[in-house]
Write a protein that binds this ligand. Structure first.
Ligand code: GLU
Length: 321
């Protein structure tokens, strides 16, 4: 049997927070307990906010948690040629088209935005009548043609059987953008992830379930590019604040480098993540080795994970002298 491959794919938008710590610890433990190879890939595309030093900080924080990997780091923005090659193939097959419509224009012309996702559905009715067969990077963005009736089915390792119809949730989605006319364009997240996962031989994708819907788009692109088979997906419940919303600035500063600077040990962060993963009834300090030995995908609770004020207090508490 060939060896499985997974990836740690942090976006360097402002270092890692506690939700990322959960995802990366779980990915690492699953990989190490199943003998999968781990590729580290920093996803610095599609994020206009990459600040100097943040990539190094992201990598440093993974090591601080005790996470290791076998290959990389690859920096996604260095792989533009591969992404452009995929675009040329999609254009030659008539599967993409240039589109300059703004979000406001699409909203005005089409449906209401999807609840919660922050994305706007792009309906087939807005598609241009013809499609160029050559990719041209001078266009502000390119969309992928989503078949109206296509339903993507897969069996998620954690979330179970899925049947997602991209036309109803997102419609024709963006695969290439050129935000700044003075700079070359770049692959959007959906395309970059597919090309890079295929190049790195990724067989297992572990991440938060905010990307479950994206898996259907990615499976469609994998098929269109002949880059199959599609990986096995494992989407874990997101870490949320006490208001039920995904962890964000409004829940306070949950960045790992902030906790590290405040004297919080990685063992406390890991212990908290272990309790979120159903491995402990309540947090206690734990190192990465013990996390790996105890981790069990089947024990992760099905419901969203909530980061509470008590969790924050526990992280910052000092053991009695
Ligand atoms: N870079 C993405 C993130 O940090 C993860 C994408 C993926 O795992 O496919 O949210």
């Amino acid at each position: 049997m060939t060896r499985g491959v997974t990836r740690l794919a942090p976006s360097p938008t402002g270092a890692l927070h506690l939700g990322n710590a959960r995802t990366f610890l779980a990915t690492w433990a699953l990989a190490r307990s199943n003998g999968w190879r781990i590729v580290l890939r920093v996803e610095d595309l599609d994020t206009p906010r990459v600040k100097p030093g943040v990539i190094d900080l992201t990598i440093d924080l993974l090591s601080w948690l005790g996470i290791d990997w076998d290959e990389g780091p690859y920096i996604q923005s260095a792989d533009r040629d591969e992404h452009a090659r995929a675009m040329r193939r999609l254009a030659a097959a008539g599967l993409v088209y240039p589109c300059a419509m703004s979000r406001t224009e699409i909203e005005a012309a089409a449906s209401a935005p999807q609840e919660g996702s922050g994305e706007v559905r792009f309906p087939a009715s807005l598609r241009p009548p013809s499609r160029p067969r050559e990719f041209d990077d001078a266009c502000p963005s390119w969309r992928f043609v989503v078949e109206e009736e296509a339903v993507v089915r897969f069996d998620d390792l954690f979330a179970g059987p899925q049947a997602i119809r991209p036309a109803s949730s997102i419609g024709d989605f963006i695969v290439w953008t050129r935000r700044d006319p003075a700079k070359p364009g770049q692959a959007a997240y959906q395309l970059a992830v597919v090309v890079d996962d295929a190049r790195h031989g990724v067989t297992h994708v572990v991440r938060g379930d905010d990307l479950l819907d994206s898996a259907a788009r990615q499976a469609t692109l994998i098929h269109a590019l002949g880059m199959g088979p599609q990986p096995t997906y494992c989407h874990l419940p997101l870490v949320r604040g006490e208001d039920g919303k995904r962890l964000a600035k409004r829940h306070g500063d949950t960045r790992l480098d902030m906790y590290r600077a405040a004297g919080v040990t990685p063992q406390r962060v890991i212990g908290l993540v272990a309790s979120w993963c159903g491995m402990l009834p309540s947090p206690r300090p734990m190192d990465a080795r013990e996390f790996l030995a105890t981790f069990d995908l089947n024990r992760i609770p099905r419901e969203p994970i909530t980061f509470t004020a008590a969790d924050d207090r526990w992280l910052r508490a000092r053991p009695p002298a």
